[in-house]
Design a protein around this ligand. Sequence first.
Ligand code: PHE
Length: 476
Amino acid sequence: MQLSGLEMRILSEVKKDRWYTPEEAEEETGMSRDAIVRGVYSLREKGLVELDEMERISYELTEEGKEVVENGLPEERVYRFIEEKGEVNIREISKKFSDEVARISLGWLKRKNSIEIRDGKVIPIRYPGTEEIDGLKKVMSGESLNNELFAVLKKRGFIEERKAKELRFRITADVELEKEDLIGDLNPSILLRKSWKGKKFLGYDARIPSFVIYGGKIHPYQRIIKEVRKIFLEMGFTEIKGEYVQTAFWNFDALFQPQDHPARDMQDTFYLREKVEIPRDIALRVGEVHETGGMTGSTGWGGKWDIETAKQLVLRTHTTALTIHYLAMNPEPPVKAFCIDRVYRRESIDATHLPEFDQIEGVVMARNVGFVHLLGTLKEFYMRMGFEVRFRPGFFPYTEPSVEAEVYVPELGWIELGGAGVFRKEVTEPLGIKHRVLAWGLGLGRLAMLKLGLKDLRALYQPDIHWLREVPVCLW
Ligand code: PHE
């Protein structure tokens, strides 16, 4: 029988008739795990080794499971609401939460005998049990739990299976080692010394499983950011950058957003304590347009425009604050600029909302451009990203006409991804911009979610090593 050096080494260094995992054999022989696995598979082909391949199943918490451990079960929240009210209509619960949360929670509350439903009214009886949470904590620490609870956790999507292959082997036969020294791995010294001369090479067996090697790679979200940047650069745009902290003036006023606009509310925007000075001439011109329309032919918003309000510092709520400032500093055509950057809004965190997220902002200012060029530019961008886009009428205080861009995703349908429009005269004139400006602000997180097939925006920021390893470098 012909044996390779590797096979001979395994046969001579690993004890006969004892089960080994590759790790144990590694420890005993000092050979690498990968080499051992390769060797034992080829020894099996020769009938010298018995192999036992098992699939080991382990369980891990899903995103939803982790959230439940952190914030409690949805039915707890719903129950507290019901208890507070004494008794409530099912409709009211749907309104307060969502239809889905209401339906699922009421189902569990009934099953847990926590409520009674009479004539469409929900009556609280007792606080729902939370054994799911204890169960999840056990799963996290690797403790075992009873089958019934386990099934519930699986059914509710709180845990998911992970499969791993486990291998054991046993050397079964003594062989007269016929010493034929085959070359297994070619290395530089064999080549340099020409010691391959007169020797045979060990054939490769492509059926032998090998270990998956996860190479280092750029984070998928970063990769998508790079892709977006490349597309705009290739389309002839210049990338601009700016400060996270902006004055309300550039974030709102210069964009003809009235000073009593709800988006400027403390509820929606993060304000800083400080104020700073703003360019007075520009500010007064902008203020006049707010009050009376100035020279633009518009009637403005009426009322009094307050320069102090415009000096207030905010965490920028959109990257339009950067493009408008850039245009004011560069009022001569042509301008084609974009930025990909972080913005901040007061949002409660859930699967599709985060208080910080990234936008893809862009402007085109040139002689003789118009609405169709805007639609064409966005269409081109999304096409290069691999999406089909369509437009719906939209509204922004600073653009007319305005549109919302939606992309088509199989199974999900049309998903809204951002806004765009042609800047109004009320925006451009006080800044001395004489030509039409096409502008857009698109969501990057959602786009990334769709490209990566994620269901939860938060997943983009979580260090989930399994996902990071397995997510393909080349998407589609
Ligand atoms: N700033 C808008 C947003 O954050 C998007 C937008 C940008 C709309 C430019 C029109 C023009 O949603």
